[in-house]
Design a protein around this ligand. Sequence first.
Ligand code: BGC
Length: 726
Amino acid sequence: MQPMLLALILGFSAISTAMSAELPPYRRPDLPVDQRVADLLSRMTLEEKIDQLHQCGVGDANPNNLIQRADELRATYGSFMTAGDLALRNALQRRAVEQTRLGIPAIFGADVIHGYRTIFPIPLAQACAWDADLLRHACRSAAESARADGLDWTFAPMVDHGVDPRWGRIAETFGESPYAGSVFAAAAVTGYQEGPQGIAACLKHYVGYGASEGGRDYSSTEIAPQRLWEMHLPPFEAGVRAGALTVMSAFNDLNGVPASANHYTLTEVLRQRWGFQGFVVSDWGAVQQLIQQGYAADEADAAQLALLAGVDLDMADGLYRQHLAGLIAAGRVPLAAVDEAVSRILRVKFERGLFEQPFVAPSALTGAAPTPAQLDLAEEFAARAMVLLKNTGVLPLGPEVRRLALIGPLATDQAALLGSWAQQGRAAEVASIEAGLRERLPAGVSLRGAPGCPIEGGGREGFDAAVALARESDAVVLCLGESAGMSGENASRSTLRLPGLQEELALVVAAAGKPVVLLVVSGRPVELAAVEPKMAAILAVWQPGTRGGAAVADLLLGRRNPSGRLSVTWPRTSGQIPIYHNMRPRARTGKEGAYQDIDTSPLYEFGHGLSYTTFAYGPIRLARPTVKPGETLTAEVTVTNTGKRDGIETVLWFIRDPAASITRPLKDLKHFESASIAAGASRGFRFEIDPARDLSFPDADGHRIIEPGEIILFAGPETARFNVGP
Ligand code: BGC
């Protein structure tokens, strides 16, 4: 290096060291975060500390909840929930950093669940793509857009156990496999948080919310401790290991102690066992709801219980702000507990660089409509997430279809394709099914439509036109299902049946005698038992997001080959719930104990999904017949694409432990891999079995057990057996 340049650099760094030495330690990025936190904490008044523990909504943050008025906001609040308004966000931040004594920046969060302005499929559908990289990319893309609008933090991923389709929030889950949920939780956390435009992730809702009794939202949950460890906790643990900066405590009462006041889960498990270093935010009003749940006597009691259990930031209800000072004065809450909560929040703010860069500069993505790259990603994800449930051969639509009928209330609906957490997504920007088909149908194919009936309610006056249209057509695309508001939060249903007159519409249209392709637009599996036999093909479209209609068109026309596989069991009827692949075995099998009125099996199993090609599995090859703890065992299977089209196959590896000291699931997913296989080609898939990770199971206190004995391994239609040695 030239001496002159070196002298300049040395001179500059001497000046900057001198300057930073004048700054209080908490303002110095060169110091360790813990030191900065301790310094700042030592300068804060109790009031400033308590304000750090308060979050309130501003603007149009959450359609489900009331928002605090802007003129009530204090500049010292720790966090605001707001989205879609960078100017408002920066103005609030300016007050926080420039008009307060210590200039502590606020952290701005909102629900970026499956996209921001560009909407991706709902998480339940995302999981059906079985592609953690794709999921990670989508989260990263959503984070970039959210960041450009001023967000520091998303309340996602939701990693609740999605097992009851009556529960509207199953749409937000990654489905029923705790293993898949763990993989996707880690991928989502990484996607949101990585890169220069990353935002903090939040694992929610901790924990057990997915077991809401009867599928009723906000209900209590009764989860045996072993089951909690087996089914509910793993995705949270995986998300913590992936570096999630925050966790949201759930609404549900968990075995008599509400999740937002549960010291065992929030402190003993999350922090003491897993070493979580971030902060916990309560779900909206969850602290106050401790009263309604019969756990807290009054508001002060609720604040005390939540804080001492391990909830750091109080979302929306303001109970910390109103009661913590009094609780400390009365000796009911030690100041150290408040200090601890404040420290955790400050630590995340330091780690996210908020003290150095409190403002977000407008960029090309600020307030921006979907970009071409985002739309491509959304279309790819939508197509990969859809699941071909049935196909008698009508799909892909061939040249014999010259006149196509498009029937049903969901054919032109744009809003329904967005799903319930569309954040800044706009219905007008969504490719409806009709628009997708119109754009992509080959020249010379006519497309005519008839709604038939509305999604809900309505009469049969549209039936005749729909039936007449079906008769005049070569094939029918029938678009049935749910509106966006029929799933998601506070949107449970007692039955999975198609709402309104849609089932009847399906039957009269099918009676016209033309092949009917049923497209199911929904946030959950719906009950198809009555209509399924009459349908030539069924495609689960879910709520596929901004490019949903284009993805549908590509799949129907064979421009893409369907590859989605169910992330959740699809019941025949609502009465079968709960039904899931990883149930424990029954005492008697076959017809004994089965339902008298319907088949006991689901309509479509977890992992089901068809393709336009066929795949043949070779036998599972095991490297050895035995494995001991500490060793690994390689299992391989060769899959051949025996059809005429290239296709993506997902190999799902399940295990069963047929005799164990705690009975094990009939089948338990332990590994998966998706890969494209060209027509006629073969590909090997491998599962490197690690007994401690893959063959152990938790006891009621979460301690993992590995027992010697036989294990059955499944991949596609193949099975193999091996032994775990002592
Ligand atoms: C939901 C959360 C959400 C929060 C903030 C609550 O009602 O349960 O999932 O993150 O609101 O919008």
